[in-house]
Design a protein around this ligand. Structure first.
Ligand SMILES: [Zn+2]
Length: 76
């Protein structure tokens, strides 16, 4: 039995931690709602892990940073 290769999920978690630390200062000031495609300005800005709501359809999302540091939204 070989233990050379660890489950990929373990490495993904470690990568997320590193990238999260590197992009912790990223602030976005607008987002396009994935549900209704409306553009929502956020004057105060928001960061990854924060919750934001669409002003048009009311859907709430959690902000995430993608591998490239781009904004991704997860519907809550
Ligand atoms: Zn919307």
């Amino acid at each position: 039995m070989s233990v050379d290769k660890l489950p990929s999920g373990k490495w993904l978690e470690e990568e997320d931690d590193k990238k999260g630390a590197g992009t912790k200062k990223t602030l976005w000031f607008e987002f396009d709602c994935p549900s209704c495609n409306a553009n929502n300005p956020v004057p105060d800005g928001f960061k990854a892990k924060e919750e934001i709501s669409c002003n048009y359809c009311g859907t709430t999302f959690e902000a995430r940073a993608s591998d490239e540091g781009k904004l991704r939204l997860k519907e809550i």
